[in-house]
Design a protein around this ligand. Sequence first.
Ligand code: ADP
Ligand code: MG
Length: 472
Amino acid sequence: MRTSFSHEPPSGPHVWQAVFRVLEQSIVPQALQTWILPLEFSQIEETPAGLSAKLVAPAEFSAQWVRDHYLKLIEGAFTQVTGAACEVRIEASKADPVLDYYQETAPAPERDSVVPAQPILQTGVRITGGAPAGQEHQVDAHYTFENFVVGASNQFAHASAVAVAEQPARQYNPLFLYSPPGLGKTHLLHAIGNHVIAKHGGRVAYLSAERFVNELIESLQHRRMPQFRTKYRDSYDLILIDDIQFIAGKNTSEEEFFHTFNALHGSKRQIVVTSDRPPKEIEGFDERIRTRFEWGLVADITPPEIETRIAILKSKAEDDDVYLPDEVATMLATYIRSNVRELEGVLTKLKAQASLTGAEISVEMARHELRNVIPSESTQYTVEAIQAAVAKHFQIRTQDLKATTRARKIAFPRQIAIYLVRKYTGMSYKEIGSHFGGKDHTTIIHACEKIEGDIEGNASVREAVEASQNLL
Ligand code: ADP
Ligand code: MG
């Protein structure tokens, strides 16, 4: 299991996230969803006996249920994660701290704003009035929970997103998702939006933080701030803001976002944001905003394991009705590891190529595509592939490379092939010799040294090596 704090002292929410992952292994999904997911992490502190953690359940009855059924498991998971004996207290939620805060400190509503929308999601009754929002929400119907492939690397983020979409503004508000690029944050945002629209009929806005900033600037310029505020504070039940790190350091935007956030949260509307890093690592971020993000649930996505990468490829191919042979899926997933968007990009290229040539996607096609995507160092080339490439470049037969002839027409390509095999496979000289008709290791060493030396000063050698490499 992966924990995200192996090099630094654990911060509370991270511990809870890791503990959750442990619990996932032993509690059935239904129970996990009902009892464990709603728990909110409150604090963890050192005591003379070890550690003491506090979790908050949404209501007394659920707190009691968790104490009766899961306390030992939860304590065990905390101990496993922190390495210290841990006592856990489960309390029932009292007041809503954000609501209290908002009532004390929020600015009075704009005079000319429309009547604030009632929170609808708890009741399922749709509000009318408010600013026209329908055509603006920009939720992309293509990204759904159904076509999101779940694996260990995104399970927690996915479960959190589902919980929020099922019961917006109930348990996790805000939900904060973060990951490096291309791992499904935007996909999950839209999936939440689609689910909420379908299930609750709520009014949903999806927007990038960049767009929030641009609209804000425009509204300031054209003296339309009241409309801007009405729109973002009063007209949506769910706001999905992508790449929130964009507003960091932009003071006016942060200030406006802060009040927008308070207004939404205070009236029990759900907020989901994404970022390329956790709240505490967003540089120059307003401390008040950071704190608010940490009140909710913070979940990260890490690069998917190979099985998940293969499953994603297969699911995308199936959606597009394209035949993707297993070995090609495996090959792509082996070489493209850290970014699902790139994985998809290669699949799209292969699809295009297949449909243009009328051929099915093949291993050869994939290998060709991958050549441009992966740095050559990480490629596992075989002796055969290298010999074939060199032979092709010099227009000789592969057998010639293994023969004993010393004619320069053959000997030179042979030296290049030997050099490349050494470079790409790291095989021993002796072993390389066996792939070239049983040549002596001194012959192999000589070939490697010769080419290595010539590559620097001799353009035609360098070109021949590069041309052969490019055929790999
Ligand atoms: P991010 O917002 O994190 O940069 P995206 O949500 O834009 O990433 O994802 C990039 C692409 O990868 C999208 O086309 C998305 O559908 C796809 N993708 C990422 N993760 C998954 C997944 N687990 N299952 C299916 N598709 C995924
Ligand atoms: Mg994104």
